[in-house]
Ligand binder design. Structure first.
Ligand code: AMP
Ligand code: GLY
Length: 420
């Protein structure tokens, strides 16, 4: 039996802890720092790498890193130096997410389909460039900006203002020292996530996120307001195409460049005229995609984490999925993704029936009550025999949870219905 340390405090980490605790090989799952829903919380910050190493050593843990920031800081390399088992990519491999410029150049030299782009550090040159284009663009800060450093523009004026925001006003700090200006691709977005050991990659079930704060994809981008799995947008033929032209090609190209990619590889895909383009890579599970995906796993996730670390994924049995659909509706506090109230008492947890599960994100426990403690607060996730029934099961559970500033989109999963 093994102990697990899951690093992070979001809905994704609650889902990973929940799934790992079901493994017959796992003794105790610790979560650092965790949230109001995770058990065995350890009060160590995700960026306190020495503190996390110390805990993993003392408790003999296999460690799973949830979020991107410690991965970009090289947490995996540091655990490896201490001979500790840890699931996730090295600092070099994490560049696929930590530097969008590195990722774009990597895709370009390895012929991985992505939007055409140019790189700038000079605002004047960037302004002149967008004025010369006859198509809309997306302006992206190079570094990590908590999902906010991407500005999708509808006109040259918006592009000029985006350049100003990132390069002159430095709204995203040093993450915006350099920018990418890329062609805006209008199409349908989906998430394609695989687990790799650096040699092969096994696809997870497909999913679709809902990034904008309001219904019908209106308003600013967020970390994700809800997700469902599988998505009918990615049929078997398309899944095969993405697996070969994006996932396998990425893993092999990384290998050819001397970088072993272990961990979850997440390709944010835009489909235009049936062709997949990579909008971005993440080097971790998506949040909230992780919640519906883990809910459908009919296999022991721990075994696959071990195989990723040990480089033995190719000898693992094929993974199997619950045939049902899963829908996760994110409940946020009104005001997110900007400012929002905290410390409000949340009620209704004990009225949730068995076909739904409430993953916590921005919550904390206090005096036996659950309080809101973040922008994205809960991920109410339910299974259903059809996408339609999974949606109605999820929203039935959503109705039972309440706190003063509760907000959610009312159309999670609806986009998928059009493809059935
Ligand atoms: P990223 O963090 O790069 O995934 O960007 C955040 C969101 O911006 C994506 O989920 C898309 O909705 C949008 N986006 C990014 N790049 C493009 C693009 N080239 N064309 C259209 N939308 C994009
Ligand atoms: N849901 C998008 C992300 O995890 O980046």
């Amino acid at each position: 039996m093994v102990n697990i340390l899951v690093i992070g405090s979001g809905g994704r980490e609650h889902a990973l802890s929940w799934k790992l605790s079901q493994s017959s090989k796992v003794e105790t799952v610790f979560t650092a720092p965790g949230n109001g829903g995770t058990e065995n919380n350890v009060p160590i910050d995700v960026n306190d790498i020495d503190g996390l190493i110390d805990f993993a050593q003392k408790n003999n843990c296999f460690t799973v890193v949830g979020p991107e920031v410690p991965l970009a800081e090289g947490i995996v390399d540091k655990f490896n130096q201490k001979n500790l088992k840890v699931f996730g990519p090295s600092k070099m491999a994490a560049q696929l997410e930590s530097s969008k410029i590195w990722a774009k150049n990597f895709m370009k030299r390895n012929d991985i389909p992505t939007a055409r782009f140019e790189i700038f550090d000079d605002a004047n040159k960037a302004q002149k460039y967008v004025q010369s284009l006859d198509y809309n663009v997306v302006v992206k800060a190079d570094g990590l900006a908590a999902g906010k450093g991407v500005i999708v523009c509808n006109s040259t004026a918006e592009a000029e203002s985006a350049i100003d925001t990132i390069l002159i006003k430095k709204t995203f700090g040093d993450a915006g020292n350099r920018i990418i200006i890329e062609e805006r691709i209008d199409g349908i977005e989906a998430s394609f996530i695989a687990i790799s050991d650096g040699e092969v990659a096994i696809p997870m079930a497909s999913s679709q996120d809902h990034k904008r704060i309001f219904d019908d994809d209106k308003g600013p981008n967020t970390g994700g307001m809800g997700a469902y799995s599988p998505t009918p947008i990615i049929d078997d033929t398309l899944a095969k195409k993405i697996q070969e032209n994006v996932i396998d090609k990425t893993i092999q190209s990384m290998k050819n460049e001397g970088i072993t990619f272990k961990g979850f590889l997440y390709a944010g895909i835009m489909l235009r005229d049936g062709k997949p383009y990579v909008l971005e890579y993440n080097v971790r599970m998506g949040d909230p995609e992780c919640q519906p995906i883990t809910m459908r796993m009919d296999f022991d996730l721990y075994d696959y984490f071990v195989a990723s670390v040990d480089g033995t994924l190719s000898s693992m049995p094929p993974i199997t999925w619950n045939k049902k659909f899963a829908v996760c509706v994110v409940l946020a506090s009104k005001g997110y993704p900007e400012s929002y109230p905290k410390d409000e008492i949340i009620s209704g947890f004990n009225t949730i029936s068995n076909d739904a599960f409430v993953f916590h994100a921005g919550t904390k426990k206090s005096d036996g009550q659950i309080l809101s403690n973040g922008g994205r607060v809960l991920g109410v996730t339910a299974l259903g025999d059809s996408l339609e029934s999974a949606i109605s099961n999820a929203y039935a559970a959503v109705e039972k949870i309440s706190w003063p500033s509760k907000y959610c989109r009312t159309d999670i999963g609806k986009k998928g219905l059009d493809f059935l």
